[in-house]
Design a protein around this ligand. Structure first.
Ligand code: GCU
Length: 410
């Protein structure tokens, strides 16, 4: 099959316009993909290239990850579990220990043995999700709107203020491990390129494509470094890692799942535009490409800005990112009031990713219409919408764990 070499992908303006959603099973050069082998060896890598070239920027190489346990309580949660914080020292861009991620890990004390584990970035720092005074307060820049933040710095005032967002004790009570870190450990959520991951990155060369790693890709890279570490500890089952994140971090969870097959289950929560929601849409209530690129210019690559008024030129849409997760189970979760995240558009994306799952010999979304609130569609491509607003709540965790019970616990 004739594939277009990545270096020959044209500048965005020269791409052909297609109003309808591009077929994940037709190559950039227009050839139909009819076998699993061609999907795995050719079309899947091609789509990864296209997403890096035109939307998220490059996924950098991974370096060595060394975990140093900074704190451990083996009798946490009233003796039911272990709470630990590990400094991940990550080699990157030719530098030893270039970047540190502080990964908070909660594990059940029983059953003993490798447990399926949720992993994902959080907003505002690990200390928000436990009252344990030994969990570190992040030093990186963060938004003032997060609990306990003063002058863009986390303070101990925030400790334990968001324990329902990552309900550690409930999760371990269900026999799962859970591991999370502040996304700003990798890259603070602002356009500044003089900090975090983007400071370490080699500066893009003048005449190349505008595909330098953007912030969401850097966060996804960070989640994969956590998987590197978690795969080395005996309490975690490396074959049963579920990647999870909310909103911009849901976009991150999906991207990490699409590019890193070690995530056996993918849980992007209320991720919407730039993640689970389509770029091609004209729903005024849902976020669009121009708006997201204007409000958050650092999230996506410079090349993605060229599609602000030309989404029809994108050589993919977000169902193709979903398809990169095939054949692994994945659940899109939403809230009825959160139209900004485009719950119905997301459902369409799952429908359109389904043929790729089928080509790989499994079923995808087994529903033709969106489920009513609180009714989980638990097919391999799953869907859930609950009443209420944009937030990650204990009810969302119930849905994540019900889906994980089906797909990660045989
Ligand atoms: C904004 C943004 C969304 C994003 C959300 C969040 O609303 O427009 O794209 O998902 O923030 O991360 O909470």
């Amino acid at each position: 099959m004739a594939l277009v070499a990545a270096a020959d992908f044209p500048p965005p303006g020269d791409l052909p316009a297609r109003k309808s959603f591009p077929d994940p099973l037709t190559t950039f050069a227009g050839e139909k993909v009819t076998t699993k082998e061609v999907w795995l060896k050719e079309r899947r890598p091609e789509l990864k290239e296209l997403f890096q070239r035109y939307m998220y920027g490059r996924l950098p190489e991974s370096g060595k990850v060394t975990g140093v346990v900074k704190y451990e309580d083996k009798q946490a949660f009233g003796g039911k579990g272990t709470l630990r914080e590990v400094e991940l020292q990550i080699d990157a861009f030719g530098k030893t220990n270039a970047l540190q991620i502080y990964l908070m890990i909660a594990l059940p004390n029983a059953p003993v043995g490798a447990v399926p584990t949720f992993v994902g970035p959080n907003f505002g720092g690990n200390h928000l999700y436990t009252t344990d005074p030994n969990i570190r307060i992040p030093e990186a820049w963060m938004y003032d709107k997060y609990p306990g933040v003063k002058n863009n710095q986390a303070t101990k005032e925030g400790r334990g203020l968001a324990t329902d967002v990552w309900p550690l004790e409930v999760i371990i009570g269900r026999g799962y491990g859970v591991a999370t870190f502040y996304n700003g450990d990798v890259q603070p959520d602002r356009p500044n390129v003089d900090e975090g991951f983007r400071k370490l990155m080699p500066k893009p060369k003048g005449d190349g494509p505008d595909d330098a790693t953007a912030t969401i890709m850097s966060w996804a890279w960070g989640v994969s470094r956590c998987a590197d570490y978690l795969s080395t500890i005996s309490e975690v089952d490396a074959k049963r890692l579920a990647v999870v994140g909310h909103s911009r971090l849901g976009k991150t969870a999906l991207l990490a799942g699409a590019f890193d097959e070690r995530f056996a289950l993918v849980l992007p929560h209320q991720a919407g535009c730039g993640g689970t929601g389509p770029s091609r849409h004209d729903d005024p209530k849902a976020e669009g490409v121009k708006r997201i690129n204007t409000a958050f210019p650092h999230w996506f690559s410079t090349s993605f800005k060229a599609f602000n008024d030309a989404t029809e030129k994108l050589p993919f849409d977000q169902h193709c990112l979903a398809a990169l997760c095939a054949p692994r189970p994945m659940l899109y979760t939403n809230a009825t009031d959160d139209l900004w995240a485009n719950p119905s558009g997301q459902f369409e994306m799952l429908k359109l990713a389904t043929p790729v799952y089928e080509l790989l010999g499994v079923t995808g979304l087994e529903a033709t219409t969106m489920s009513p609130p609180n009714k989980l569609i638990e097919s391999r491509l799953g869907y859930f919408i609950r009443p209420g607003k944009h937030a990650m709540t204990p009810d969302d965790w119930k849905a994540f764990m019900a889906f994980a019970d089906k797909w990660l616990k045989k």
